[in-house]
Design a protein around this ligand. Structure first.
Ligand code: PMP
Ligand code: GLN
Length: 395
């Protein structure tokens, strides 16, 4: 038999699925895959249920239902002062995951180069490669996750078509600053390149950190495709409703990609997300405030146990250095070990790098009920407070 697709044949199952399965197998508290353990707002869920019952269950418009496109345009204006035409500049997709692929499809020809920043989200590299494009990786390293400006500039060249930028960033929890974004914008102008902006954690920032869409910088309105996710904004990750905001020519291409990927996205969920996006500012402030308190609970607990906890400016995740705990293996072994022996699951940070990677950091999700986080910390404290077995030390 002829070999089928080489990229997919070489790809393993995503680390999130692997670690969630391991968590289930061992009955451990799953702080691995990033999903809240309670539903989002009841009025939004109710709106989705109601919308199933009023006879609009056939294919919705390809670009998304008008209510949601209008709501996405309105939140762009409300939070970022962006003037967006809902009729031509918003495309609704089945999750940000589809949106990322659709935006890359909209921009890339085989042989184009794409600048990506490690550590990176797991779908970026496979999709770039499946499209026949060439990734140019630039690396951030813990504990500071500083943007290496010279290396970033060197990654751009005549073949660069785009950068894929994730801010607030998973797993580093870094929120890119205005100065960093201005540096990136300058590179895009200089090299006549585009940006796919994965901004799914746009509303999840802490301690006064504010998310700035690259699209709001001078000269960037026509170069950026900006992606949001209802999963993150309404704590409903299973719904898979994403939205792209882009100038009309790029949005048209993203829509053609969507046309060939899924064509449309469930209409009742779209209509419910429109209800969600119309919520007042207090909803968005409380979402971030509640998460910040959970971040503190987990971060302080991990620090008490002896983890080196890195700062968290946004997103669902805290990265913790376990080097001081005396565990002998790498991060993959560590995450497996705590799942099996302590009853808490995390994600090895090396999974977000290609090739050689930092190997003593684990990513813990804090988008969980406070009592669950407390129990997770207690379990880890009990385990590391003396129970680190001889096998673990020499693993
Ligand atoms: N991008 C990043 C950085 C993410 O962490 C996630 C995870 N949810 C996604 C995209 C995918 O979002 P969605 O569930 O809306 O497809
Ligand atoms: N975004 C989630 C995370 O980083 C996982 C989503 C998925 O499992 N594909 O944990």
């Amino acid at each position: 038999m002829k070999p089928a697709n080489a990229h997919l044949a070489a790809l393993g199952t995503t680390v999130f699925t692997v670690m969630s399965a391991l968590a289930t197998q061992h009955g451990s508290i799953n702080l691995g895959q990033g999903f809240p353990d309670t539903d989002g707002p009841q009025d939004v869920v109710r709106a989705a249920a109601d919308a199933l019952l009023d006879g609009r269950n056939q294919y919705p418009p390809m670009a998304g239902v008008p209510e949601l496109r209008q709501a996405v345009a309105a939140t762009n204006a409300r939070f970022y002062g962006l003037d967006v035409d809902p009729a031509t500049e918003v495309i609704v997709t089945s999750g940000a995951t589809e949106a990322i692929t659709a935006c890359l499809m909209a921009l890339l020809n085989p042989g184009d180069e794409v600048v990506l920043i490690e550590p990176l989200y797991d779908t970026y590299l496979p999709v770039v490669r499946l499209l026949g494009a060439v990734p140019r990786l630039v690396r951030l390293t813990p504990p500071k996750w500083e943007l290496p400006r010279a290396e970033l500039a060197a990654a751009f060249g005549p073949k660069t078509k785009a950068i894929l930028l994730n801010t607030p960033m998973n797993p580093t929890s870094k929120v890119f600053t205005a100065a960093e974004l201005a540096f990136i914008a300058e590179l895009l102008q200089k090299h006549d390149a585009y940006a796919v902006c994965d901004e799914v954690y746009e509303h999840l920032t802490f301690d006064g950190w504010r998310h700035i869409p690259l699209m709001t910088l001078p000269g960037m309105r026509e170069r950026c495709l900006r992606i949001g996710s209802a999963g993150k904004t309404f704590s409903l990750t299973g719904w898979k409703i994403g939205y792209i905001t882009a100038c009309a020519p790029l949005a048209t291409l993203a829509m053609k990609a969507h046309q060939n990927l899924t064509f449309t996205t469930p209409p009742n969920l779209q209509r419910a997300v429109a209800v969600g996006l119309a919520k007042d500012d207090a909803y968005f402030a409380k979402l971030a405030g509640d998460l910040q308190a959970r971040r503190d609970l987990l971060a302080e607990g991990l620090a008490r146990i002896g983890f080196g906890v890195l700062p968290v400016q946004g997103s669902y995740f805290v990265t913790a250095d376990f080097a001081a705990l005396g565990f002998a293996g790498d991060d993959v072994a560590f995450c497996r070990h705590i799942t099996e022996q302590a009853g808490v699951t995390a994600i090895p940070v090396s999974a977000f790098y290609e090739g050689d990677a930092p190997s003593h950091f684990a990513r813990f999700a804090f988008c969980k009920r406070p009592e669950v986080l407390t129990e997770a910390v207690d379990r880890l404290a009990r385990h590391f407070g003396g129970a680190l077995t001889a096998t673990a030390r020499s693993a």
